[in-house]
Write a protein that binds this ligand. Structure first.
Ligand SMILES: NC(=O)CC[C@H](N)C(=O)O
Length: 358
């Protein structure tokens, strides 16, 4: 395999071997400590613009499944393409074996022209990112590329699907604001009694007739989503239930009048412990975020709903009297533990209560 280099903005340069596309890329270098789930992670739109370091030492050995669609959405992947800017691993296994594997990870990356670098001491690299914080970086094949900070781009506008789409025919009309939604969120809703109306990130959903509002995950800095925040402020003035996940949680914090900040190196893994505020109840959650709501800045009628037990940061917020709540983690998992999927049921219970009280 030809040689490529990974260079960080602090000057660190690491030689490795190319797999996937032999091309150069730049982005923000982040690490995930999840041990499985690369087909899900790589297609999660929240990773747009990021060079992903997987700390699990062997990657690729279960290959990549073939595509299957149900109601026009993938039953396997989290969107219709790979969103990461590049992939960094220790040992890459082109050889793979799994009952539903259709191709190797390297061939899949080539299809989307995404470069991978292997043979990297990912433990050393992760310690560096943990100590200095997430850094800009680039994988260079033949042609050099400049460093590029994806958080300065409106990544949500790039990954949100244009047009309005309808899914399912259940009793409860839920508007899903697509800031880069993971398909498992759609699947979780479709397993319940829901008609889903998926609208683009900047769509004025306040003109629609609906029973509950859902705000999706998505890439980059939440402050870039000015249009969504503006529309959300109108929805917060009403009483219809609102549920937000990850970027959606940050947008609720901003629309409520609070602030968000960038975490030093983010939370990306399948085993992040969170505690439900006011209880001793803990959950292990799937996470992928680099920003968080600053709870100190929230107005009095909002409070922290979940707290991250590793660093004490906000893992969700809720309104003290209205049915508005959010999680910074991913209750839909994919990949990761499904322990908090009941939050979709809690949201729909709030929708039923709202409709009964109308
Ligand atoms: N998964 C997400 O929705 C991520 C939200 C946001 N882009 C962050 O990194 O914090």
């Amino acid at each position: 395999m030809p040689q490529v280099t990974l260079t960080l903005e602090d000057g660190t340069t690491i030689q490795g071997e190319s797999f996937g596309a032999f091309t150069s890329t730049a982005g923000e270098v982040v690490f995930s400590t999840a041990m499985t789930g690369y087909p899900e992670n790589l297609t999660d739109p929240s990773f747009a613009g990021q060079i992903l370091v997987l700390t699990t030492p062997m990657v690729g050995n279960y290959g990549v499944p073939g595509e299957q669609l149900y109601e026009s959405i993938s039953t396997i992947f989290e969107s219709d393409k790979i969103h990461i800017a590049g992939l960094v691993v220790n040992y890459y296994s082109e050889e793979h074996s799994h009952w539903n594997a259709a191709k190797s990870l390297g061939d899949w990356l080539k299809e989307y022209n995404i470069p991978g670098i292997c043979g990297v001491d990912t433990r050393m690299l992760t310690k560096k990112l943990r100590e200095k914080g997430a850094m800009l970086g680039k994988i260079v094949a033949e042609d050099d590329v400049p460093f590029h900070d994806p958080n300065l781009d409106n990544l949500v506008a790039q990954v949100s699907q244009p047009g309005v789409q309808h899914f399912g025919s259940g009793q409860h009309k839920i508007v899903l604001v697509d800031c880069g939604t993971k398909t498992n969120i759609i699947r979780c809703f479709l397993e319940r009694d829901v008609e889903l109306i998926r609208v683009p990130w900047d769509y004025d959903f306040t003109t629609l007739d609906y029973d509950g509002l859902f705000l999706s995950n998505g890439p980059g800095d939440p402050k870039m989503c000015e249009a969504t925040i503006r529309h959300l402020q109108k929805a917060l003035a009403q009483d219809k239930p609102i549920f937000g996940i990850c970027l959606g949680s940050q947008l609720m914090g901003l629309a409520a009048g609070g602030d968000t900040f960038k975490l030093k190196y983010g939370h990306r893994s399948h085993n992040q412990p969170v505690k439900l505020t006011g209880t001793q109840r803990c959950y292990i959650t799937s996470q992928n975020h680099g920003f968080a709501v600053d709870t100190e800045t929230l107005p009095a009628e909002w409070q922290m709903l979940f707290e991250n037990l590793n660093d004490g940061t906000c893992e969700g917020i809720k309104h003290t009297s209205k049915p508005f709540f959010s999680t910074q983690f991913h209750p839909e998992a994919a990949g990761g533990p499904e322990d908090t999927e009941f939050l979709f049921d809690d949201f729909l219970k709030a929708v039923v209560a709202y409709k009964e009280g109308k």
